[in-house]
Each structure stands twice: as C-alpha cells, then as structure tokens.
Ligand binder design. Sequence first.
Ligand code: SAM
Length: 268
Amino acid sequence: MAGAKEATQTRVIESLLGSRKYAATAPETVTALVRLEASNHKSAKALEKAVRKHLHNIMAPYLGDPDYPQAAIQLTEAFAEGQSQANTLLLEFLSMHESTKERLPILTQFFADIFAITGVPNTVLDLACALNPLAFPWMGLANDATVYSYDIHTERIDFLNTYFALQGIPQAAKLQDLALELPTEQGDVALFLKELPRFERNYQKKGWRMIDALNVKWVVISFPTVSLHGGRSLVEHYRNYFAEKAAARNWEYTELMYPTEMVFVAKK
Ligand SMILES: C[S@@+](CC[C@H](N)C(=O)[O-])C[C@H]1O[C@@H](n2cnc3c(N)ncnc32)[C@H](O)[C@@H]1O
C-alpha cells in the first residue's frame, strides 16, 4: 500500500517537472508540495491538480518572466558593448516582472532611502528575489558587493548568475526553497520585498520563522499599497500588521512610503 502511494507521488512529481509550465521549478519544492497534498488526494489526477493550484500561487507565473536563455544571450552581447547598453536591457528585463516593473519609476530613490537608514551594505540577502537583483546598478552598492539571491525558479537563478558574472560580482544566486531550507549566509541587510503575506499563506506561516532566523543586521520588508486586482488600499492593514509583529520583537523601525509599495526597515 505504502509502495503504491509512493509510486503515485513519484508519477505526479515527474509529470509536473516534465510539464512546460513547471519544468523550471526547484524539484525539492515540487516534491514537498506533492508530499503535503498527498494526504488529501488519493488519485494521481486529483493530487496533480491540487499541487498545480498550489504551484500557481507560489510561482506566480502571471507576474511575468523574460525568455531566460534568450535574455542571457542578449545581456552578454550588451555587456560586450558596455555598462550603459547593459543597463538599458536590464531595465527592460526588470519591466517584465510585475513587482520590479512597479518599482522602476522609483528605483534609485528606493534603494537610496533604504540604505540611508541601514548604511550601504556590502552583503545583501534578497529573499524570494524574482528579478530584483537585476537592479544592482541602481542600488548604489560597491562594485564588489555580494547579493545572495534566493528563488525556486531554476532558469531565473541561472540567469541571475549569468548577470552577476557579467557584472563582475559573486555568482551568489541560489536555487533554494526558503520554506524548506533557511538561508545561513550572513549579511548586512536582508530584503524580503512584496512576498511576506503570500509566503505566510502558501507555507503555513513560515515567513516569520525565516525572518527570525536570518543572520543579518537589518531586515527590509515591503508590502503592496494596493491589492493586485481590486485596487483596494492595504496601507492601514499592513501598517498595523507590521507594528504588531515588530512590537513582539522589540524592533525599532522606519516606514517608507511609495505609490505602489510600503517598506519597513527594521534593526534586528
Ligand atoms: C512576488 S515575487 C517577489 C518579487 C521580488 N521580491 C520583488 O519584490 O521584486 C515572489 C517570488 O517568490 C519566489 N518564491 C516563492 N516561494 C519561494 C520559496 N519557498 N523560496 C524562495 N523563493 C520563493 C517566487 O518564485 C517569486 O519569484
């Protein structure tokens, strides 16, 4: 019996990792979700359907992606011409994912404001990063800074490491499921941008467990100011939410407000 269940789960894992939509997902993420949903769904079909639904929320493919292999070729060519050609292309890629697209009008100001509070970091942890590390040229960091960047999308992580190599900084992008494996890297500042509420929802409230375990001096947590679909203001809700969490940790923090994003910069 146990063997049959195991075989069903293996079949579903293989089917998902062989599918066009989820082939680039970290195998440990797919495996963990299949194991999680297996107790609720007996048949392979029902199990796969449930995991696909979960993966849709987690990977958020609707937020957008470049064609990564093509993007790597274009970026290599642009860097051969120079940093300004590369920057033009980086902005184009940043506009292909909703989170970074929204940040484009305030990109330089955003990081200048944050690092004015924390001091300019040498080592940054960018948690659930998506394409944000491509904003490196606008972060105002030293040329030899390290940006540890964590995501569960294989092609995205490979692309970020290609970019880091071209930029001449450490290839510090990591395929790592932060709900399964906490980051152990030490850093000055951790960025957890526009993901905490989804992370709490998708991973049984493991977001704060991760934040509390971070080996950093500062944590920067941001939230959208309006809901993705309804345009409803979320400002008061997240302000109160964060105040409560910070109070429980005795944190001092600063709030930064932008049209589409509110940011809390907290000293750990
Ligand atoms: C809304 S995007 C965040 C974008 C980015 N932080 C920003 O603000 O530009 C969410 C990202 O979290 C990643 N993600 C989801 N679950 C994850 C996990 N368990 N570990 C690491 N990354 C995860 C997704 O792949 C996606 O790229």
